[in-house]
Design a protein around this ligand. Structure first.
Ligand code: PGA
Length: 249
């Protein structure tokens, strides 16, 4: 078992309108009334983030960004820097999500620069890694993870908190999940690689599982060694489902 704190991050992706802030408030109120032993973050779309920060100000829950630009400011239409997220009151930023890697061609180098920017901005990066189905079938899962960890983690991670999201790309939004053995193998391997790359900080870095986590499988997944929480997409949109997952840690 590692010494990492539990962390559950809800990634709303491009979903949610103002009326759905109610879901965030329901989660926040539940955690305030009945605290959990860990941290909870919701990453709504940028359009809702400022409203969400204000709504949860008195509650033990954080708001995060889903991505950021590596530069602090400048002529980058449509982009949001880590410093802007910080100014808003966010505390975490997801970087390197496989959807960013696939649709925006973000490679490990870009992910490293973004993670560095999040640290520079004073927030916690949730750095996503994970193998594709082809890579898993080819037996390349561990080498892909090792390469991603070595390339995506900035040197600052040796003495600054980060979190890792392990998301097998083929499990995201598909309803498919790896077996408990596969999850356990990947997380133990990620832990060992983190220790090699960032030393003792690797022992307290939360490693989150992501990819079709839902109320019905959360308990089993979250009980696996070195799984310190979840990065939850679809099942984070409804407070009822997300709370069941949160209550499984
Ligand atoms: P999912 O997404 O839970 O809907 O599979 C997870 C993620 O992409 O972070």
């Amino acid at each position: 078992m590692s010494n990492a704190k539990s962390l559950v991050v809800g990634n709303w992706k491009m979903n949610g309108l103002r009326k759905d802030l109610e879901e965030i408030l329901t989660v926040a109120a539940s955690i305030k009334n009945n605290p959990i032993n860990g941290d909870v973050v919701i990453c709504p779309p940028a359009t809702l983030a400022a409203l969400a920060v204000d709504a949860v100000i008195d509650f033990p829950i954080s708001i995060g960004g889903q991505d950021c630009h590596a530069e602090e400011a400048g002529a980058y239409t449509g982009d949001i820097s880590a410093e802007k997220w910080k100014d808003l009151g966010a505390e975490y930023v997801i970087v390197g999500h496989s959807e960013r890697r696939e649709y925006y061609r973000e490679d490990n180098e870009v992910v490293n620069a973004k993670a560095k920017a999040v640290i520079r901005g004073g927030l916690i990066p949730v750095i996503c890694i994970g193998e594709s189905l082809e890579e898993r079938k080819a037996g390349a899962t561990l080498s892909v993870l090792s390469q991603q960890i070595r390339s995506c983690l900035p040197s600052e991670a040796k003495n600054y908190p980060i979190a890792i999201g392990y998301e097998p790309v083929w499990a995201i939004g598909s309803g498919l999940t790896p077996s408990a053995e596969e999850v356990g193998e990947a997380h133990a391997f990620i832990r060992s690689q983190l220790k090699e790359v960032i030393g003792s900080a690797g022992d307290i870095t939360p490693i989150l599982y992501g990819g079709s986590m839902k109320p019905s499988n959360a308990k089993e997944i979250l009980s696996i060694d070195d799984v310190n929480g979840g990065l939850v997409g679809g099942a984070s949109l409804k407070a009822k489902d997300f709370l069941q997952i949160i209550r499984s840690i």
